[in-house]
Design a protein. Structure first.
Ligand code: NAD
Length: 976
C-alpha cells in the first residue's frame, strides 16, 4: 500500500498547517486555538472576532510561534487575522472536513467521490436539538436531503465498485442519522417515550428511504444513548412495515467495554429477523467526554482506558464481524493501517471476497489510504457531514483533536513520522504493557481506593432497567402502606399527640401519604429535656465512634434508597432524578461530616514553643434545634442533623409540615443505626408555634435553620436575645432564599445555555433555593436565544412526578399554587408575558403553568422577590457592564451563573458577580457535597457552606489548652 504521499493536511504550509503544527507541540495553545475556533462562527462583527482572538491567543501565558506573535502584535494591521479574514480561513479549514450547505456544492463534492469510485454516507450536521420544533425541523431537512440526493444521484453514471458488494449492488444513497436529533426530551428513566417519539419522526423517513431504495444508518453517539439506540433499531426495524426495508445498519464503537456483547446481540437479532444489516465498526469519537462524565458521576468508565486497548478491541470485533458474514455486512470505519490490514488478512483467512465488506473513512481525511484501498480492490465509503458552520464546529473540533492527538494513527504517521514497525505493532501486546505499567504504578503508590477519604455517592444510572424497576416497585410498595400515623419520637419512644396533620401528594390532594403527630409546647419541652439529658454523655463518646455511627446512617439510607426516592416522589413531588439526587446528597452529607469530624476530633498543636504545649480542640455547643424546609426534604434535614450530632451535640429535629413522612423515615434510620436515645428527637408541628418556642428557649444553644428569608430573619432576631437563665450566646446557622441570576453573553454556546437555563429555571418546578429566576440576556443575541429557549420550554413534559420522564410536576401545596398564581397575575402588569405552558387539567393536583416574562424592569416584584415556583423573569442588558450591574442589583446572594466564551468576560463574572455559588458555562443547581460547598450571604444566609470543610465548626466551640511543661528547669523532649 502506498502511503508515502503526505496528505495536504499534514504539510506545514499555509495557516492551517502551521497552526496544527504548533498545536501539536503546545498543549495550551491547542486548547486556546480550538476554543477560539469553536466560538468563531457565532461572532458577527470584525470587532468581536478581533476581541476574541486577542483574548484567546494573546493572554501572555501562551507560547506562540514567532510568526503568530508578530501577527497578533500587528493588531488590526494583519488583515487576515482580524476581521472577516480569519473567519474565511477557518471556514476553509472546516470545509476540508465537511460539505457546506449549498446544494450545488454538496452534489458536486459527492459526484467527485463517485467519479473516484468512492461511495458516500451523508450526515446532517445540526445543533443540539433542544425543542420539539427543532426535532421536527431536523426530520424535515433529512427528508429534503434524501429527496434531493435521490434525484441527483439518479443522473450520475453507474456507481463504481464501492457500491457493488459480492452479493450484488448496495444502495448508492446512504444516510447516517443521529437519533438524539429526533426528540428533544430524551430521559434515561423513560426510554419507552423516547422510542415512541423518535419512531414517530423516523417512520416517514424510513418510508421515503424504502421508496427511494436508500440506506439508513443509525450513528452511535454518547454512551448514555447507546442502549436506547440499540433498542430503537431493533424495535423499529421489527415493525411489519419496515421488516424488509429500507436497508439499514448501525454503528458500534470499539472503545466501549460493552460492545462485544452488543455486537453479539445485534448479530443474533439480524439472524432471528432473517435480515441482513450493516454494522459499521468505529473506534469512537467521544473518549474524553465519556471518561470525564463517568468520573464526575462516580460511574464505571464505559470506555477502555488505553488507546491500544481500543485498537485491540477493534481487531477482535472485526474478526467477529467477518466470521458472521452470513448474517451481517461489515463496514470498518478506521484510518489505521494496521486495523485495515488486519481486517484484510482475517478476511483472506476466512476465504472472504474483498467485495463482501467495506471500509469507511471520514471526508477530508486519509486520502492516500483511500486511494491505496481502491487500488487493492476494496470498497470505500466516505462519511460526509453536511451543514452550516455553527453546528459544524463541534465536528470540526473533534477532527482537529484527532489530527493533533498523540495517539491518532494519522498524526503519528504523517506529522510525527513514526516508523512502520512502531505503527504496526500488535495493539493487544501494547495494551498488556500499558496495563502492567498501571498495575505497578498503583501498587507503588497504594493508590487503589485509600480508606477514609470522602467520595461522592454516585447517582443512580436510570439507563439501567433494574434501577428503573426498583423505583416502580418502591412506589407500588409505598402505595400499599399509605396514610399511616407517624408519631413524635422522644428518647427513641413514640409519642402521640392530640392533633394529627395529613401529608398530601402534590399530584393528588386526595392521596394522604401519612399522618403526622403535631407537637405542642409540652412535647417540645419534654424533647428538650431528653436532649439535655443525653448530650453530656454523648459528647464524651469518642469522635471516631460518633463518626462511625453517622456513616452507619449513610449506609442505611443507601440500603433504603429506592424506598426513600418513592417517598420523595409522592410526598414532595420530586421527579425520579431529583428524588435520587436528594437521597444521594443525604448520604454524602453523612459521609462528608463523619470524615471531617475525624479530623477535628484530634487536638491540633498550635505554634510550637519549648517548655509549653499548646493544643486546640473543639467542644460541642450543646443542644440545638434543626429546622428544615420541604424542598430537599431528606438531604437538608439529614445534613444539618448529621453535622450537629457528629460534633457531639444533641438535637430536636423540626422538619417541614409538608414532608413529615420522609422525616419520620429518617428518624427510624437514626434509631436503627444505634444512636443513643435522646441524641436526636423528632418534633413535628407548626413552625410558628413549636418552632418559634424552641428558637426562643433559653436552654437551646444553637439553631440550624434552612428556609425562607422571612422566617430566617425572625429566628436571627429572636436568637439574639438573651433572657435571664440563658447560659449561651445562641449560634444560628441560617440559610435562606435567593433570587438567582444567570447572564447569557452574546457569544454564549446556545446549545449549552438553553439546556442549562431550562434545567436551572424549571427543575423541580423552580422550587430549589438555587433555581434560576432572573435571566439576563445580552441584547445582541437576545432574540435568537429567546426563540430557542421558549421553544425548549414549550417542549417540556408536564405531569405527575411519578411518571419517569417527567420534567415538570405540580408545586408542593395548594397554598403555594395559589400564591404563585397570584404572583403571575400581578406580574402581567409589570412585564411582558412571553410564554406560559399548559398544565394537565387535573383539579386535584397543584399545577402552576411554567411562565416566562420578558422585558422585566429591575424595580418590579418579578425581578426582586423570590417566587419559588416555575416563573422566570428575563431582562435584556445593553452590554456586559449592564448585565453585571443588573445581576448584582439584589438583596440576595445565593447562586449565579454566566454563559460566555469570552475569556475576559468570564474573568469579570468570576470577580464581580456577587453570590455564594457561581457557575460558569453550566446550570446553577445541583451543588455536590465536598465539590461545591453550598450557601449564600447577604439576605441569603450567614455565609456558612453546607458540605464544606468549615461547616462543622458552626456546631462546635474552639478551646485551647496550654500546659507548662517546665518543672524545676527541666523540659521534656519535644513531642512528649
Ligand atoms: P419556611 O421558611 O417557610 O420554613 C422552613 C422551616 O421553618 C419549616 O420547618 C417551618 O416549619 C419552620 N418555621 C416556620 N416558621 C417558623 C418560626 N416562626 N420559627 C421557627 N421555625 C419556623 O421555608 P420553606 O417553604 O420550607 O422552604 C423554602 C425556602 O427555603 C425558600 O425560601 C428557599 O430559598 C429556602 N431554602 C434555602 C436553602 C439554602 O441553602 N439557602 C436551601 C433550601 C431552601
Amino acid at each position: 500500500m502506498d502511503t508515502a504521499e503526505t496528505p495536504a493536511l499534514f504539510t506545514k504550509k499555509g495557516l492551517y498547517g502551521s497552526l496544527m503544527d504548533w498545536a501539536m507541540r503546545e498543549e495550551r495553545f491547542k486548547t486556546q486555538l480550538f476554543r477560539f475556533v469553536d466560538v468563531l462562527p457565532t461572532l458577527n462583527s470584525s470587532a468581536q472576532i478581533a476581541k476574541h482572538l486577542k483574548e484567546y491567543l494573546d493572554d501572555g501565558r501562551l507560547n506562540l510561534s514567532p510568526a503568530l506573535r508578530t501577527a497578533l502584535k500587528a493588531g488590526t494591521g494583519a488583515a487576515w487575522l482580524f476581521g472577516p479574514g480569519v473567519k474565511a480561513q477557518v471556514t476553509g479549514m472546516a470545509r476540508q472536513f465537511m460539505l457546506g450547505e449549498d446544494e450545488k456544492e454538496v452534489i458536486a463534492a459527492l459526484r467527485r467521490l463517485n467519479e473516484r469510485g468512492i461511495a458516500f454516507t451523508v450526515d446532517l450536521l445540526g445543533e443540539t436539538v433542544v425543542s420539539e420544533a427543532e426535532a421536527d425541523a431536523y426530520a424535515a431537512r433529512y427528508l429534503e436531503l434524501m429527496t434531493l440526493l435521490a434525484r441527483e444521484t439518479a443522473k450520475w453514471p453507474p456507481a463504481g465498485k464501492s457500491n457493488e458488494s459480492s452479493r450484488g449492488p448496495v444502495p448508492r444513497l446512504n444516510l447516517s442519522i443521529k437519533i438524539s436529533a429526533l426528540y428533544s426530551q430524551i430521559h434515561p428513566a423513560d426510554p419507552e417515550t423516547a422510542i415512541e417519539k423518535i419512531s414517530a419522526r423516523l417512520r416517514p423517513l424510513l418510508r421515503r428511504a424504502a421508496e427511494l431504495g436508500a440506506f439508513i444508518n443509525f450513528d452511535m453517539e454518547s454512551y448514555a444513548l447507546k442502549n436506547l439506540t440499540l433498542r430503537l433499531f431493533e424495535t423499529i426495524f421489527s415493525e411489519p412495515e419496515f421488516a424488509s426495508g429500507p436497508a439499514c445498519g448501525l454503528a458500534l464503537q470499539a472503545y466501549l467495554r460493552d460492545t462485544e456483547g452488543d455486537l453479539a446481540r445485534v448479530i443474533a437479532w439480524a439472524r432471528s429477523q432473517r435480515r441482513r444489516i450493516t454494522v459499521r465498526l468505529v473506534k469512537g469519537a467521544y473518549w474524553d467526554y465519556e471518561t470525564v462524565i463517568a468520573q464526575q458521576k462516580g460511574w464505571a468508565v464505559p470506555v477502555f482506558e488505553f488507546k491500544a486497548e481500543t485498537d485491540a478491541s477493534f481487531e477482535k470485533l472485526s474478526v467477529a464481524l467477518l466470521e458472521n458474514e452470513d448474517a451481517v455486512d461489515a463496514a470498518f470505519g478506521t484510518h489505521n493501517v494496521r486495523s485495515i490490514a488486519q481486517a484484510l488478512a482475517q478476511a483472506e483467512r476466512l476465504g472472504l471476497d474483498r467485495g463482501s465488506f467495506e471500509f469507511q473513512m471520514l471526508y477530508g481525511m486519509a486520502d492516500s489510504i483511500k486511494s491505496a484501498l481502491l487500488q487493492l480492490d476494496c470498497r470505500v465509503r466516505e462519511y460526509c457531514p453536511v451543514g452550516a458552520l455553527v453546528p459544524g464546529m463541534a465536528y470540526l473540533v473533534r477532527r482537529l483533536l484527532e489530527n493533533t492527538s498523540n495517539e491518532g494513527f494519522l498524526a503519528n504517521k504523517f506529522a510525527k513520522g513514526e516508523s512502520r514497525e512502531e505503527l504496526l505493532k500488535n495493539p493487544a501486546e501494547l495494551a498488556a504493557v500499558e496495563q502492567q505499567r498501571k498495575a505497578a504504578a498503583s501498587s507503588d503508590t497504594g493508590a487503589s481506593g485509600s480508606p477514609g477519604v470522602f467520595r461522592n455517592e454516585p447517582p443512580t444510572d436510570f439507563n439501567i432497567e433494574s434501577a428503573r424497576e426498583k423505583i416502580r416497585a418502591a412506589i407500588r410498595e409505598l402505595r400499599g402502606k399509605m396514610g399511616r400515623p407517624h408519631p413524635l419520637i422522644i428518647n427513641h419512644r413514640p409519642v402521640s399527640s392530640r392533633e394529627w396533620r395529613p401529608s398530601l401528594n402534590p399530584a393528588n390532594q386526595n392521596e394522604v401519604i401519612g399522618q403526622a403527630a403535631q407537637a405542642t409546647i409540652a412535647e417540645a419541652e419534654s424533647a428538650l429535656a431528653a436532649a439535655r439529658g443525653a448530650q453530656p454523655k454523648w459528647m464524651r463518646v469518642p469522635a471516631e465512634e460518633r463518626a462511625s455511627l453517622v456513616e452507619k446512617l449513610a449506609a442505611l439510607i443507601r440500603r433504603d434508597k429506592a424506598a426513600l426516592c418513592a417517598m420523595e416522589i409522592l410526598e414532595a413531588g420530586k421527579n425520579w432524578t431529583e428524588a435520587d439526587a436528594d437521597v444521594v446528597e443525604a448520604i454524602d452529607f453523612c459521609n462528608f461530616y463523619a470524615a471531617e469530624m475525624r479530623v477535628l476530633g484530634k487536638p491540633r498543636r498550635t505554634q510550637p514553643v519549648a517548655g509549653e504545649s499548646n493544643f486546640q480542640s473543639w467542644r460541642p455547643r450543646g443542644v440545638g434545634v434543626v429546622i428544615a424546609p420541604w424542598n430537599f426534604p431528606l438531604a437538608i434535614l439529614t445534613g444539618m442533623t448529621a453535622a450537629a450530632v457528629v460534633a457531639g451535640n444533641a438535637v430536636l429535629i423540626k422538619p417541614s409540615d409538608q414532608t413529615p413522612v420522609i422525616a419520620a423515615r429518617l428518624m427510624d434510620l437514626i434509631m436503627e443505626a444505634g444512636f443513643p436515645p435522646g441524641v436526636a428527637n423528632l418534633i413535628m408541628g407548626p413552625g410558628g408555634t413549636v418552632g418559634a418556642h424552641l428558637v426562643a428557649h433559653p436552654q437551646v444553644d444553637f439553631i440550624a435553620f434552612t428556609g425562607s428569608k422571612e422566617v430566617g430573619l425572625k429566628i436571627w432576631e429572636t436568637a439574639g436575645r438573651t433572657p435571664a437563665g440563658q447560659m449561651n450566646l445562641k449560634k444560628v446557622v441560617c440559610e435562606m432564599g435567593g433570587k438567582n441570576c444567570v447572564i447569557v453573553d452574546s457569544d454564549a454556546d446556545l446549545d449549552e445555555a438553553v439546556a442549562g437555563c431550562m434545567a436551572s429555571a424549571f427543575g423541580y418546578q423552580g422550587q430549589k433555593c438555587s433555581a434560576l429566576s432572573r435571566l439576563i440576556v445580552l441584547a445582541e443575541g437576545h432574540d435568537k436565544f429567546m426563540e430557542r429557549f421558549v421553544a425548549a420550554a414549550a417542549s417540556m413534559t408536564i405531569g405527575p412526578a411519578e411518571e419517569p420522564g417527567g420534567t415538570l410536576g405540580p408545586v408542593i401545596s395548594r397554598e403555594a399554587q395559589q400564591r404563585i398564581l397570584a404572583m403571575i397575575e400581578a406580574g402581567k402588569k409589570e412585564a411582558k408575558l412571553a410564554w406560559q405552558g399548559r398544565v394537565p387539567d387535573e383539579p386535584l393536583a397543584c399545577y402552576v403553568p411554567p411562565t416566562i416574562f420578558t422585558e422585566v424592569p429591575r424595580d418590579s416584584r418579578l425581578f426582586r422577590e423570590e417566587i419559588f415556583g416555575p416563573v422566570l423573569a428575563v431582562t435584556r442588558a445593553r452590554d456586559f457592564d449592564e448585565a453585571l450591574a443588573l445581576a448584582n442589583d439584589s438583596e440576595f446572594a445565593l447562586t449565579g451563573g454566566c454563559y460566555s466564551r469570552s475569556p475576559v468576560n468570564i474573568e469579570r463574572a468570576k470577580a464581580e458577580l456577587v453570590c455564594g455559588n457561581l457557575y460558569i458555562n453550566r446550570g446553577i443547581t445541583g451543588a455536590l457535597v465536598g465539590r461545591q460547598p453550598f450557601g449564600g450571604f447577604k439576605m441569603s444566609g450567614g455565609g456558612t457552606k453546607a458540605g464544606g470543610r468549615e461547616y462543622l465548626q458552626n456546631f462546635l466551640v474552639p478551646r485551647v489548652i496550654t500546659e507548662n511543661c517546665l518543672r524545676r528547669g527541666f523540659a521534656p523532649a519535644e513531642g512528649e
